[in-house]
Design a protein around this ligand. Structure first.
Ligand code: F6R
Length: 366
């Protein structure tokens, strides 16, 4: 049942090239020229009218929402509000006209997410869910469903479901962007065609496992970790930290790299591990200066990056190069080594990775 792997989590991490391909299949034509709208249950015309999007979820799915915000705002040019489900439902949100509410949930059964979805529906807002479990409560109650089709996820820590949520958001963003005519068609096609490289690139990212395992041996006894990123990599940092803390019980925090000097830098002392997630984009320069601040305090810098910039390598104590695609899809590729790091650290610490203490696969109480 674990397909030769020791744990479901490891199996599911390794399934990602396939699960990502399954999320893409049937939604977009291979030449990137057409997006299939029908199954979403929300018409092209309705998408074209959308003026505001609310993305709501819990835990790892919430991190996918944050990534979605960067994608939708930049590509489709529609304002997006993101919230944690348990907060959203009590906020008494004054919904704007022509809004679309999207609940992201792997299980489709998370109580707070369902409550937020029902609240939006009751308020007369059109609702969509990005969901993995076919026939789940969320999929039955929302007006539209975008299934991630990543297959059953057994490990309590979400891995392949998360990367499929990002892929679903990427496809959805282009559907929206086309409907809104936010970008010229050729730009859409350039970005969409990149998507078809993702399974192969995920396969390549998995080949980093030995390197990550060695790294895990160096750091598994550390009591605290900080994960930093900017832009789309900020939510990736949050997710990297969540993965480590939930299965290895090491205290880990994710932060926007630019926020570091507003508090968390006080923690940094000799040998303090700081994981930087860096794309080869407009944030690179700024992130380098954050790294210098850590270096000056003798922190232990682990860098996961698609850039080969010399300065970046020089500042890093350990450098993991991940071949990238674009800053949107790199969020998927960077998540893979971060999942593997959490997994190997947890194993070295003797933890039960598939059944971490105090956690349940789906949280059906509020
Ligand atoms: C973390 C994890 C949880 C879930 C959260 C929401 O690895 O799995 O944080 O992401 O409980 O679950 P779903 O997506 O089923 O609503």
């Amino acid at each position: 049942e674990k397909g030769g792997y020791k744990h479901f989590m490891l199996k599911e991490i390794h399934e990602q090239p396939r699960s990502i391909a399954d999320t893409i299949r049937g939604r977009v034509l291979p030449d990137g020229s057409r997006i299939v709208y029908k199954e979403i249950g929300i018409s092209y015309e309705e998408l074209a009218l959308t003026k505001k999007i609310y993305l709501v979820a819990c835990g790892t799915s919430y991190h996918a929402c944050l990534i979605g915000k960067y994608m939708i705002e930049r590509i489709a040019r529609i304002p997006v509000e993101v919230d944690i489900a348990s907060e959203f439902r009590y906020r008494e949100v004054p919904f704007e006209r022509d809004s679309l509410f999207i609940a992201i949930t792997q299980s489709g059964e998370t109580a707070d997410t369902l409550a937020a979805l029902r609240y939006a529906k009751k308020s007369g807002v059109k609702t969509l869910t990005i969901c993995n479990v076919v026939g789940s409560t969320a999929s039955r109650e929302a007006d539209g469903v975008f299934y991630t089709h990543s297959g059953p996820e057994i490990g309590v820590a979400s891995t392949k479901a998360f990367t499929s949520q990002i892929v679903a958001l990427y496809i959805f963003t282009f559907a929206l962007s086309k409907a809104k005519r936010a970008n010229p068609a050729d730009i859409n096609e350039i970005f969409l065609s990149k998507l078809f490289h993702l399974p192969t690139m995920a396969e390549k990212a998995l080949k980093l496992e030995d390197k990550i395992h060695q790294l895990a041996k160096e750091v598994y006894k550390k009591p605290n970790f900080l994960y930093l990123g900017r832009g789309l990599n900020y939510p990736v940092a949050l997710e990297g930290a969540l993965k480590l803390k939930e299965i290895s019980y090491i205290h880990a925090e994710g932060y926007a790299a630019g926020e570091m000097k507003h508090g968390p830098i006080a923690l940094v002392e000799e040998g303090f591990p700081v994981v930087f997630i860096v794309s080869d984009d407009l944030y690179l320069e700024k992130t380098l200066s954050n790294m210098e601040e850590i270096k000056a305090r003798d922190g232990f810098i682990i860098t996961i990056s698609s850039s080969k910039e010399e300065k970046l390598k020089k500042l890093s104590d350990r450098f993991i190069y991940v071949e990238g695609i674009n800053s949107y899809l790199n969020t998927v590729l960077f998540s893979i080594p971060l999942q593997l790091l959490a997994y190997h650290v947890a194993i070295l610490r003797g933890c039960d990775v598939d059944q971490p203490r105090n956690l349940a696969k789906s949280v059906t109480v509020e």
